[in-house]
Design a protein around this ligand. Sequence first.
Ligand SMILES: [Zn+2]
Length: 479
Amino acid sequence: MMKHILLPAFIFLSSISAFSQASAEQNFDIVILHGRVMDPESGLDALRNVGINGHRIAAITQDGIRGRKTIEARGLVVAPGFIDLHSHGQDAENYRYKATDGVTTALELEIGVGDIDRWYGERQGKALINYGATIGHVPTRMRLMGDSGTFLPHDKAATTVATPEQIAEMKRDLEHGLARGALGVGFGIGYVPAATRWEIIQMFGAAAEYHAPAFVHLRGGNDPDSPMASLEEAIAAAEVTGAPLHVVHISSTGLRSTPLMLASIEGARKHGLDVTTECYPYTAAMTDLGSALFAPGWQQGMGITYHDLQWVATGERLTPETFEKYRKQGGLVIIHAIPPDIALLAVSSPLTMIASDGLIVNGKGHPRGAGTYARVLGYYVREQHALSLMDALRKMTLMPAQRLEARAPMMKNKGRVQVGADADLTLFDPQRVIDKATYEKVSYSEGIEYVLVGGVPVVSASKLVEGVTPGEAIRTPIQ
Ligand SMILES: [Zn+2]
């Protein structure tokens, strides 16, 4: 790491008058002064000045530096931009909520998309923050089976057992997506319960052929042992095929089984299996009420009743009557099902990354789509002392970058505050940072003061910057 900028060379080579000129010269495009730079990889946690040229970090130094633009960061933490591995909201509205929560890269890896070229093409040159996606088993199955749902299956993709020919066709579709640069294969097994274990192994096989991770929402089930059985299915598929495995939102899938699942993942890792996981910092989940997660028996499976369901469109709690009515039409529902001690245990576990599972539609949705990162920093780090600030940042930056590095080498330049790394940076006030979004009203987080994407400010003095689109595609190079 370059600790000093080129100033000493100027002194050596030049006369005193040349040096005065040089020191007055603006060596950088942007300088961030007097911030507390925190880099989870090197462990650096110290006051430094950061110089940025173009889209890269060019200097991290204790020396005085000057740039065409200066950001005064006294009292602020200068962290790598947050990387959200689980972000369903992939439009301009959601990118604004992400940016104001400190996220510089938002990826749709769980459900994924059905057409990789089209999806990346639609965002090229238009995005506020970096974006990327997996090729998804769920959308592929919905297309093949002719499901009537839009985002998640409502009927045929959930209920039809695939023929061997259909399994082969889905596998070819996933392989095509991977060949076109998808970041991995996305799975929502719980949404397609008719998919057999053999079908899942075949789809993992597509991922394995491209050395790509499988990002998995586990199979559901209403038996108390279902979360563990579902985890074992995914671990077995990873072992059978060799595909790396990432288990999404462990606490909302695991509920009271979460500690057992974390222990199992730890054991698998100890024995050499590439398994990772993530969680979001909330005590409620959210999904489509029309989906297979609400097939009969859901109350036992989730340990909840109608009143624990909250209809996103109106904020109302459901009754048996409104449940039936809204289930027929489908739509987003918040599920108050995660015990607070389980949410805390998941956030503080060294195994988990932080990922939002966020989706905001016309200003409505689960608060996780707007407040996940500020909530970890403000509520779990500052107020609850559940984990250290550096550990929290590692879960939001370095760990998600490392999860993707083998498949997307460009991630080696993200998740770090180091010379040569991409200038994706989040500057926040550790004393003030907090989420403001609630289950009734989605709002921007507070205390996230500057966010840079590839050296371009997208949040400045706590305000969104209008008219900038520095977001780039996070995509596997196409051979
Ligand atoms: Zn999910």
